[in-house]
Structure formats: structure tokens, C-alpha cells
Design a protein around this ligand. Structure first.
Ligand SMILES: Nc1ncnc2c1ncn2[C@@H]1O[C@H](COP(=O)(O)OP(=O)(O)O)[C@@H](O)[C@H]1O
Ligand SMILES: [Mg+2]
Length: 609
């Protein structure tokens, strides 16, 4: 136990960050180089347990060879008062176990993002022949602000094929049973695919909020892991995207050969799922541009069309009305001059003949001749003759032209223009004629015009709508293609390029992106020649084979590397002379107890051979 506020070696110890089965982790500050990290110190009580010491120092050796953004970086390793410690980078203050404890539901895209980071880190470790063997929520450090994870605690990691493994019998299995793979539970030789099973168990829990294997005793839990599939996601979390469900099922396959075979495969499948999910979210967040822009275009064109139709219609009506009135005025003045002699001579028969003759030409609806005393002297309506003329209301007066007053009466079909023209003799007014002209021919022409204009306006709007839709869809598709490629690149596929070529602005955009991607790739190669850790870089090997981190070096100052080597050397001596590994019960044997399990229980199993 170390006191917060005390110093250990050259480190100032800060708050306790977490405790595992084997060690305590504190915040630590190195005043010499002004660096703050997390110091993991073996529990006092375990100092004499060779296996723990072994395990502890091996962690530094395993994690130290890995260089990956999602694996905790080891800075330094050594001993303070005989207690071994590992100084590593300080990561957030949470683990995925805290997230699960809070029963917090993370969005699917966040969970996929976390899963992608874990599978990328595991791929890196497995490519360096390191199997973590204890992938569980407590060992995944999580920074919720950036949604970044880092895998910690390579304490029981096994370096396959290494001399160290041979000499120290690290075939011994230690791990928390709830996240263990079936082959690990059986004590068989395991490889990276076992870690992938554990990842599946974690993801199942993140997605459903329940444990994939919830047995409360070692026996039931082991049986579940070996024989039972967890309740299907399609039943207990039906909203989880189908593709994601199938990835989890692929990870949780009990048969190693049928599982995902490496972290890369898992990462690729997750990345594809993420793209689909993000595309879907985008579509829900906004109206696609072919719909929005088409609607806007339609509204604008429709409005312009309505205004145009109304304007054209009104101008047309005005012109036609003028035309009709002018024709009426000419006719009225002509009849007025013809009737003057008859009216003056009180030749009522002559007046009547004139009226009837004019009416025969059918160019007007009615004609009435009135004398100065407003008495009807002749009319196409014989019943009016001899009666006083009912004066027209001034309200109906439309316009006056060349002494002729034009009135408008009636509605719709029966509406009329009544032209009131004075009859003069030697410039003296002697009476007037009332000529009624029907408006219905005019109304017919106007209604045809209106129909033609409306059909025209509607068809133009429709054609514009179609054209706008297809053009916008074309643009939207191109934008989507570019977006997907950029997203692909951002998701780690640094080989993603826009391969379509356009001879327009999109072509320029695609060229700009491709050039930028190429440039970034060249720069990243130039900057970190020894880093082979990230998934994207593994992809770059020409043979298409994942590259091994053969030359990977420990990060941190050279002195730290030496300290690590020395410590591991000491460990070798300790364990080769120290003898037996711990054996607290074998999953293969009969000693499965029915005691309730705590998730933090660490069990150790001896391998079959
Ligand atoms: N680098 C780190 N930064 C912050 N917290 C850490 C770090 N490493 C470990 N922890 C915290 O300490 C706990 C125990 O660390 P771990 O390495 O898993 O120890 P153990 O080997 O005993 O299981 C973790 O669950 C986590 O809460
Ligand atoms: Mg741990």
C-alpha cells in the first residue's frame, strides 16, 4: 500500500486510480522530467508470490513492445523498495466497467467506435504474437470525452513462441471467467481469436446492458461459456442494427475456426457497419438535397408561373375589352347618326325599320332609341316602345369614350355592356340610343385563354421539377460518394481514394482529396518509420500480409528501455529458480466450486499438457 502524497523512488504519488487483482494504480508525477503518468505497483501482499511478480513484469515486457494509439504506453519499469512498478501513460479515470456499472446506454455508433479501437489494438498485439488473455471491461480504459479507449493490463498476456514463455510456463491461464473464451476455459492453447471472443462478450454487454454469461457460480458460468449461446440479440435487443448483431454472433462463436479470424476482419466489418449507420443517421437528420432543392425550385417556379399567368390574363382581358368597346362605340355612333333624321321628323316607322334592319346583323344584343324627353321611340324589345326609359345607374358607368358612356350590367353569361350614345342634329342633342352588347363571346375567349395559360404554367413547373430532381440527385450522389470516401479515410482506411473521374467541380474536388490523402500517407511514412502498430499501417504492406512489429521499440527514453530489459532479466531468474506456479483450481478438473463468483475473481488454470 502506498500513501497518496508520498514519494516512491523519484515519483510523487497522487490519488488512487484503480485496483485490480494484482496491483494498485496511482497517479504519479515525475518532477525530474515534469511528466505525469499512472504508476502500477504490485500489492504488498503479493510480493512473495512468484507468479504474480512474474506476471507483473511480463506485463511491462508485453505492453512495452507494442506501439498503438489504443494500447497504454509503458514509460518506465523498475522497483521501489523491492516492489516492482510500471509507469505508464495516464488515461482518463474510467474503464468500460464503470460505464457498464452506470447502466449507461451508449449510442450504437459510439459502441462500434469503441469496438473498432479494441479490434485495431488487438490486431496490433496479435500481429506481434501477443495474446492479451484478459480482455474484460476493467482492463479497457475509457475516456468518455473523446470516446477513446486504451487497453491496459497485459499482465497475463502470452508472448507466443517466445523463449520467455517456454521457460516460465506461462501456459498457465489466469483470467476473469466471465469474459473468457471456451478454449481458454478448457485450458487449451489459445491464440488471438480468444481475445476476440472476449471482445464479443464485452460488446454484447454494452449493447444489451446484460451479461452474455450471467452464471453466478464458477460451475454454471463455465458451462454457459462452453455450451450455451447468450440470448439472441434479435430477441433481447432487436433495435441493434442487423449487421452489428451478426458481428457479435461471429465473435461469440464457440468454434474457434468459425469465429472472426483476426482483429483486422472484425475492424473491417465494424467499419462497414459504422458507415451504413452514419449514412442512415445523416439521412434522418436532413432532407436529401434532391427533395429539398426540388421543393424550393418547384415553389419558386410555381410562384413565378402564377404571377405570370395572372398578369398575362389581365393584360389580355384589357386588350380584348378595349377592342370590343371600340367596335361597339363605332357601331353606336353610326346608328345614332343614321337615326337622327327619323327622330327629328318623328318618323317612328322609319326609326323602327332602321332598328330592325340593324338588329338582323346580330352584332349586338338589343337597341333602343330614346327621344329628348326620355321616351322610348323604337326598340328591339317592342314592349318598351312609348314608355319612359329607366335611366342607367351611374354606379354601373365603366368609361366614357367620344361622348359615348359605357355601362356594365348583369353577371356572368348575361352580363352586358350598354353603350349610351347621344343623337345629334346640327350639333344639337335630340335624343340618344342605348346599344346593348353581350359580354359572353369575350368571356369565352378569356376562359380559353385562362385554361391555356394554366396548362402552360403547370407543365413548365412540372418539367422544371423533374429536371431539378434529377440534377440534384446527381449532385447528391456525387457528394455522398465523396463523403463516404472521406469517412472511410477517417475510419482508418488510408488507402481510400475517389476513383470516379468527373470533368467538373467534383473532378477538382476528387483530385484535391486524392492528392491530400497521398500527401498525408507519404508524410506519415516519413514521420514514423518504425511504427507498424496501427491497423491502417499494417494494410500498407505490398504483399497484403499484415506486417509484424518485429522492430517495434518501447516508447519513452532509452534509459527506460534498459530498465525494462533489466527487470525482465531479473524476472527470468526469479521464476526459473522460483519454481511452481499458482494453482487455485482447475476448470478441467472436478474442483469447480459452487461459491458465488465476483467479477474480479482471478482464476488460474493449469494447461492440459
Ligand atoms: N494507465 C492508467 N490510467 C488510469 N487508470 C488506470 C491505468 N491503468 C490502470 N488503471 C486503473 O487501475 C485498475 C487496475 O489496473 P490493472 O492494470 O487492470 O491492474 P490488475 O493487473 O491488478 O488488474 C484499472 O481497472 C483502472 O481502473
Ligand atoms: Mg486488470
Amino acid at each position: 500500500m502506498v500513501e497518496a502524497g508520498s514519494t516512491a523512488g523519484r515519483y510523487e504519488i497522487g490519488e488512487l486510480l484503480g485496483t485490480g487483482a494484482m496491483a494498485e494504480v496511482y497517479k504519479a508525477h515525475d518532477p525530474q522530467i515534469g511528466r505525469t503518468g499512472a504508476i502500477k505497483i504490485l500489492k504488498d501482499s503479493l510480493i512473495d508470490e512468484t507468479e504474480y511478480l512474474n506476471r507483473f513484469l511480463k506485463e511491462a515486457s508485453a505492453a512495452g513492445t507494442l506501439n498503438h494509439p489504443n494500447i497504454v504506453t509503458v514509460y518506465d519499469v523498475g522497483k521501489i523498495n523491492e516492489l516492482p512498478y510500471i509507469l505508464m501513460e495516464l488515461v482518463g479515470s474510467e474503464t468500460l466497467a464503470d460505464v457498464l456499472d452506470r447502466k449507461e446506454k451508449l449510442p450504437y455508433s459510439t459502441i462500434i467506435d469503441i469496438a473498432m479501437q479494441i479490434s485495431s489494438a488487438l490486431d496490433c498485439a496479435h500481429n506481434s504474437n501477443i495474446v492479451h488473455r484478459d480482455i474484460k471491461p476493467e482492463n479497457i480504459l475509457y475516456d468518455s470525452a473523446t470516446n477513446t479507449i486504451k487497453i491496459a493490463d497485459f499482465g497475463i498476456a502470452k508472448q507466443e513462441d517466445s523463449d520467455l514463455a517456454e521457460r516460465t510456463q506461462v501456459g498457465t491461464i489466469m483470467g476473469t471467467p466471465r469474459y473468457m473464451s471456451p478454449e481458454q476455459a478448457r485450458g487449451e492453447t489459445i491464440d488471438g481469436r480468444s481475445d476476440l471472443f472476449s471482445l464479443g462478450v464485452i460488446l454484447y454487454e454494452l449493447l444489451t446492458g446484460r451479461k452474455a454469461f450471467d452464471g453466478q457460480s464458477m460451475a454454471t458460468l463455465t458451462l454457459q461459456i462452453l455450451q450455451q449461446d447468450p440470448p439472441p440479440l434479435r430477441d433481447c435487443a432487436p433495435n441493434v442494427p442487423r449487421g452489428l448483431q451478426s458481428i457479435i454472433n461471429g465473435l461469440l462463436n464457440k468454434k474457434v475456426a468459425k469465429r472472426f479470424q483476426n482483429g483486422r476482419q472484425v475492424y473491417d466489418a465494424l467499419a462497414k457497419e459504422q458507415r451504413t449507420l452514419l449514412d442512415q443517421q445523416d439521412e434522418q437528420n436532413y432532407l436529401p438535397m434532391q427533395v429539398r432543392w426540388t421543393a424550393i425550385m418547384g415553389a419558386v417556379v410555381g410562384l413565378v408561373m402564377i404571377i405570370s399567368v395572372v398578369m398575362v390574363f389581365n393584360v389580355q382581358r384589357k386588350l380584348l375589352t378595349d377592342q370590343a368597346i371600340s367596335a361597339g362605340v363605332s357601331l353606336a355612333t353610326f346608328i345614332a347618326s343614321e337615326s337622327a333624321i327619323h327622330l327629328l321628323g318623328e318618323d317612328w316607322i322609319g326609326l323602327e325599320t332602321l332598328t330592325d334592319e340593324a338588329f338582323k346583323r346580330k352584332s349586338f344584343a338589343a337597341l333602343t332609341i330614346v327621344d329628348l324627353g326620355s321616351v322610348v321611340r323604337s326598340s328591339t324589345d317592342k314592349s318598351l316602345v312609348g314608355k319612359p326609359w329607366a335611366t342607367l345607374s351611374n354606379d354601373d358607368l365603366l368609361v366614357t369614350r367620344q361622348d359615348v358612356s359605357i355601362y356594365e350590367t348583369g353577371e356572368g353569361e348575361s352580363s352586358l355592356y350598354i353603350l349610351d350614345s347621344p343623337i345629334h342634329f346640327n350639333e344639337t342633342r335630340i335624343g340618344s340610343i342605348k346599344l346593348s352588347v353581350s359580354q359572353s363571346p369575350l368571356a369565352n375567349v378569356m376562359s380559353v385563354t385562362r385554361r391555356v395559360l394554366l396548362v402552360l404554367g403547370f407543365s413548365v413547373t412540372l418539367v422544371v421539377l423533374f429536371a431539378a430532381y434529377f440534377l440534384n440527385r446527381l449532385v447528391a450522389r456525387n457528394v455522398l460518394l465523396v463523403t463516404r470516401t472521406i469517412r472511410d479515410y477517417a475510419g482508418g482506411n488510408h488507402r481510400a481514394r475517389i476513383s470516379r473521374s468527373w470533368k467538373n467541380e467534383f473532378g477538382a474536388l476528387a483530385n484535391a482529396f486524392n492528392t491530400m490523402a497521398e500527401q498525408l500517407q507519404i508524410e506519415s511514412h516519413a514521420e514514423k518509420p518504425a511504427q507498424v502498430s496501427s491497423l491502417s499501417e499494417v494494410e500498407e504492406t505490398p504483399e497484403g500480409e499484415p506486417s509484424m512489429a518485429t522492430d517495434a521499440t518501447l516508447s519513452g527514453p532509452g534509459a527506460d528501455d534498459m530498465a525494462l530489459e533489466q527487470a525482465v532479466g531479473e524476472l527470468d531468474n526469479d521464476t526459473s529458480s522460483g519454481g511452481d506456479v499458482l494453482d487455485q483450481g482447475s476448470l478441467n478438473g472436478d474442483s469447480l466450486d459452487e461459491e458465488p463468483l465476483e467479477d474480479a475473481t482471478v482464476i488460474q488454470i493449469r494447461p492440459e499438457s
